[in-house]
Write a protein that binds this ligand. Structure first.
Ligand code: LFR
Length: 490
């Protein structure tokens, strides 16, 4: 029996996907989909982690009622966030959302004590203000009482896996995103932990993706009326799972995992921890099979999601296809933003911020919805070109196209504009990259696939890719010059 179950939980929704292997093809079925709504409580933004666990159990029940009898389960989610477990095995408090403001300014503050060189040399991880290291530093600075009683540090998928199995492990791909894990020693970094005053004992054994991680514990089996289903550690950082699912044939390939965030880069076998990598603020996040993901975070469709939420609050409801249609009808190359300007990080009135950016850079203000969406999507496409070129330089490779995976590929205009901006083809698919990568690692662990390359070949044969060839070369070339000029990127 090869039926298995992937739980893929993104920053705005989660899903349970059943995977079957039939005649050498992967068949997926979405059994359960649920919203993931962070909760603002006072001035804290928190994850409703118990609701997410409840939804996982609903997914397990739906699998049971479908008669699918999955033999294995894996969970992946966004990175960096965590919860603490206390002496009695219970969760202490609610995990904070990485967009919570309590770690604001902590990256700069810690860098007064430890140089960025030192932190980068020890971890190879990009400097993002919400990395776990800065969240923990914020907890320490505010004298969080949780630090006095915490016995175990678990990241989001570790925590959900713990609720299911009762076993406490950290997982490699996600552990690297903390900026506390040392890829040379393959251990939590002693110097960084010591500096933060965190005991080694807080951190658990780090499992490689594909490792067995226990079974549904007795109480869960009884509650749900299920047997002792095996649980595997997969590539539990969703981006790591998405990269597993990139249907590349060539060992040298570039990817763009496109969802709330856009993650663009390549897969490498050794981390590139050089002065140039640090200066370009690239990251070396852990992947499957000891690989590393040399990539950069780009703010992504978050900006558009937040605009849509703001318009909704004002009583104007637009679907994403409607927004994309309006963008397609608006005039081209009128105004641009730098999507990674910190002003776009926190939730809030995004249309006002986009207009503010245009105002302060002396550009025409995109006053109607179509122009505003066009400004965001063109700017994203140009930022992709900028980061793709950096990836080529840093990794010493030339890519002849870009694989796009993730829900963002439903936005066909963005796929086409990305091809136009980079002047190379875009190969889009699969959309459920993270869930499929999650399934693939479980099948590798179970011996159904011999290795990741066999998995990628089967993924390519099972899910059609859509090709986008570049169009309107000259106009997009000129537009890129304009984008660099107004954003000051070089
Ligand atoms: C994408 C992602 C990114 C990570 C960000 C925050 O879903 O996992 O890779 O940088 O969310 O955790």
């Amino acid at each position: 029996m090869s039926n298995i179950l992937a739980f893929d939980i993104g920053a705005s929704s989660g899903r349970a996907i059943l995977g079957k292997l039939i005649d050498g093809r992967i068949i997926t079925e979405e059994l359960h989909r649920f919203p993931n709504d962070p909760v603002q409580t006072g001035d804290r933004l928190q994850w409703d982690i118990l609701r997410l666990y409840h939804e996982i159990k609903q997914g397990l029940l739906k699998a049971k009622h479908s008669g699918a009898e999955p033999v294995s389960i894996g969970i992946d989610s966004w990175a960096v966030d965590y919860g603490f477990i206390g002496r009695d095995g219970s969760l202490l408090g609610n995990p904070l959302h990485y967009r919570d403001q309590s770690s604001a300014g902590m990256m700069e503050k810690l860098q007064d004590e430890l140089t960025p060189d030192e932190i980068f040399k020890r971890t190879g991880i990009q400097f993002l203000p919400f990395n776990t290291i800065y969240q923990l530093y914020a907890a320490k600075s505010s004298q969080s009482p949780l630090l006095d009683i915490a016995e175990h540090f678990l990241m989001i998928p570790d925590l959900l896996r713990y609720f299911l199995t009762g076993e406490k492990y950290n997982e490699f791909s996600n552990a690297t995103t903390t900026q506390l894990f040392n890829p040379f020693t393959q251990e939590w970094d002693e110097v960084l932990l010591q500096h933060l005053g965190l005991p080694q004992s807080l951190f658990s054994q780090v499992l490689q993706p594909g490792s067995p991680a226990g079974y549904l514990q007795q109480s869960v089996q009884e509650e749900l009326g299920l047997g002792p289903i095996a649980v595997h550690a997969v590539a539990e950082h969703d981006t790591a799972s998405a990269v597993v699912a990139v249907p590349a044939l060539d060992r040298s390939f570039a990817y763009l995992s496109c969802g709330t965030w856009s993650l663009l880069g390549t897969e490498i076998s050794e981390p590139i921890i050089s002065e140039e990598a640090q200066q370009l603020n690239f990251t070396n996040e852990g992947g499957f099979g000891g690989t590393y993901r040399l990539l950069k975070n780009i703010m992504g469709l978050w900006i558009l999601q937040e605009c849509r939420r703001e318009w909704e609050r004002a009583g104007q409801n637009y679907s994403f296809p409607e927004l994309v249609k309006l963008a397609g009808e608006a005039p081209a190359f009128s105004a641009f933003i730098e999507p990674d300007d910190p002003m776009f990080m926190a939730p809030g009135d995004m249309p006002a911020r986009v207009k503010e950016y245009c105002r302060k850079t002396n550009q025409p203000i995109p006053n109607d919805v179509g122009s505003l969406v066009r400004c965001i999507l063109e700017s994203l496409a140009f930022k992709y070109r900028f980061v793709l070129e950096m990836t080529e330089r840093l990794s010493g490779q030339q890519f002849n196209g870009l694989h796009m995976v993730g829900g963002g590929i439903h936005n066909t205009l963005l796929c086409q504009w990305t091809a136009n901006a980079i002047g190379k083809p875009v190969w889009a698919g699969p959309a459920e990259g993270s869930a499929i990568g999650n399934l693939a690692v479980q099948w590798i662990a179970r011996g159904e696939f011999s290795d990741i390359w066999e998995a990628r070949r089967v993924i390519r044969e099972s899910f059609p890719m859509t090709n986008y060839d570049p169009e309107q070369g000259e106009a997009w070339y000129d537009g890129y010059g304009q984008f660099l000029h107004v954003t000051g990127l070089h």
